[in-house]
Design a protein around this ligand. Sequence first.
Ligand SMILES: *Cc1c(COP(=O)(O)O)cnc(C)c1O
Length: 366
Amino acid sequence: MTQKIPLCDLTGQYAHLRNEMMQFFDKICSESAFIKGKYVQLFEQNYLKCMGADYGAGCSNGTSALKLALEVYGVGAGDEVILPSHTFVATAEAVRHVGAIPVFADCKMTDYTICPESIKRMITHKTRAIIAVHIYGTPCDMDEITDICQAHNLLLFEDTAQAHLAQYRGKIVGNFGHGASFSFYPGKNLGAYGDAGFVLVKDATHHETLKRLIDHGRLAKYDHEINGYNERMDAMQAGILNIKLPHLTAWTTARQAIAGQYDRAFAGDDRIGLMQIANHKQAVYHVYCVRVKNRDKVIQALNDNNIAYGIHYPDPVHVMPPFRGFTRDNMVNTEAISAQILSLPIYPEMPDHFVERVIKTMKGVI
Ligand SMILES: *Cc1c(COP(=O)(O)O)cnc(C)c1O
């Protein structure tokens, strides 16, 4: 049997970072510096600098990050929040967690991000906010979405869990809205060795609320001003992310190069539907997604050739039990693509001969 090609493989990256990590593990354990403290502070500084942002904080995971962003800006009971149905379920969960009402919009057929025209159809007098999800690492139509938010006086949030360092017209995503959430789930483009997340906000006042919400309502010991959570970023994860962050640009470039190889190999093959990403969007390919009509047959061929695949995601969120009945638009595009989408292996250390085997298998079968 040929060597297995995984969808994502973190072992090569660890082998490269192992010495540095071991030294850090020994240091932090010797110091017992597990909660808050210097490693978290340093990562917050480093990540803000990397994002070109002024205010933000580490937190426990990407789902809590989005919930915190919404709560910091007072989104809650009675508010409608427009979000794409074509996303990971966590985006919708966060809306429900603050007591708001999710209203699902359709996606575009070109790059599968939220459709601005569908957003417009969903706006009512109860609409309070829009969540732009940069799905697969592809920036949403930020000009159009920003215009809609300004015209209707809406808050704008970005779910940037899959899109670290993606750019729209040269500006890093996460900087367009009032708040933005990031995930450092291990398999994300920047991944911790466990759960971790990050929230960006726009000013010092909201930053203070954010810090309080993350840590039991306090800024200092026993100063419990508001009802908060324990949703702190672990110092262990912060230290790990400090070691990884300097590599993020190179890892991103490597993903883009593999996506380019796939794009060139599949171009002109009308059996393989490629994402059509506008020139002013610089995607970071958390997922490399193709659309195929005979998906079962393609999956069979991938299995036969020992190649892993993914489906992101098998069901749109608006058909999942907790989220039924929240749609008002017809989800034509979202439902059309969900039966055809297929994610191919992509990760920075993926060897060339793996990429070639995936290409050959895809072109041979389809
Ligand atoms: C991963 C992900 C999340 C949730 O992040 P966690 O860190 O796993 O909680 C939210 N939204 C999207 C689009 C994601 O891909």
